[in-house]
Design a binder for this molecule. Structure first.
Ligand code: SIN
Length: 297
């Protein structure tokens, strides 16, 4: 089987078919996916009915995986996130450890709510994310789509004066800045200590394509060395610019869809659904960026 790559959007995003990821993956397939990711940044692979072990094995082909810490699995914000046996898999569901739908007051809602803000995964970590791989096990009858924004195309479209203004600027990102915006979650001292803020350049060169990309997210609290209000206004302006309809693709999930995105040149956000009535069971692995410093443009 030779993978077939079909563009889904004028600027980015492709569908890859004629691929079966359950079982040994031929190097030709592995490289074809890598090439498509470098070009399109978001790839949709429909009809992949994978066990957790297969999702992990596929993801590991592209680098080391983020492993959730004890604090992330047991914190008040996470609720007790022990439904899935593997620490390499992030439970992006509305289910508790017994498989029942979580109530509105559940502590995990702050984290889930914050995925509805535009973000790029793990930007609050110094060794942030290269790719994320999200697998749909159960989807709700309506809603719960995921939107993606192309921050390479957004950078290209910025006026030259703005490109000059962004040169050399660094933003500080914090997980708690994002959770405070949605749900108002106040972390314990231990939680705060285990996820300290991280700093990243606002414009970085995407290694796969050699193109510059905006590196922005709702985790970004301020711009280093700039008055807080001015930095926040600039961050808000950039997020608004980069998420205009022409830069956005909305994915409507089918069970078995596997969507891979490159966090270094896209943002994404979950969209609402009736979370206390219907199950949405999505599982994510996150491939760590092994060379974040090399990305600084
Ligand atoms: C995520 O932000 O990683 C998950 C997005 C989603 O649930 O659609």
């Amino acid at each position: 089987m030779n993978p077939v790559v079909t563009p889904l959007h004028p600027l980015f995003v492709a569908k890859i078919t004629e691929v079966d990821l359950s079982g040994p993956i031929h190097e030709t397939t592995q490289r074809a996916i890598e090439r498509a990711m470098d070009e399109y940044a978001v790839c949709v692979l429909p009809g992949q009915h994978l066990e957790d072990e297969e999702l992990i094995a596929f993801s590991r082909l592209y680098g080391p995986l983020e492993v959730s810490t004890d604090i992330a699995r047991k914190s008040r914000a996470a609720g007790r996130n022990l439904r899935i046996a593997y620490r390499e898999i992030f439970d992006i569901s509305n289910l508790d450890e017994n498989g029942s739908i979580r109530g509105e007051q559940d502590g995990r809602s702050a984290i889930l709510q914050s995925t509805q803000l535009w973000h790029t995964d793990l930007a609050f970590r110094q060794g942030a994310a290269k790719w994320s791989v999200l697998h749909a096990k159960v989807i709700p009858p309506a809603g719960g789509d995921t939107e993606f924004a192309d921050t390479r195309a957004a950078y290209d479209a910025l006026p030259d004066a703005m490109k000059r203004r962004l040169e050399g600027l660094t933003a500080e990102h914090s997980l708690w800045h994002s959770t405070a915006q949605r749900g108002g979650y106040v972390p314990t001292e231990e939680e705060r200590g285990s996820y300290p803020p991280a700093r990243h350049k606002l414009v970085r060169r995407h290694p796969g394509s050699g193109r510059n990309a905006l590196y922005i997210a709702s985790y970004a609290s301020h711009i280093v060395g700039m008055p807080a209000e001015e930095g926040q206004a600039l961050l808000a302006e950039l997020i608004e610019f980069a998420t205009q309809p022409q830069f956005v693709y909305r994915h409507q999930w089918q069970v078995g869809d596997l969507v891979i995105w490159d966090n270094r040149c896209t943002m994404h956000r979950a969209t609402p659904f009736a979370a206390t009535d219907h199950v949405r069971d999505m599982r994510r692995t996150t491939i760590i960026d092994r060379a974040p410093d090399a990305l600084v443009g």
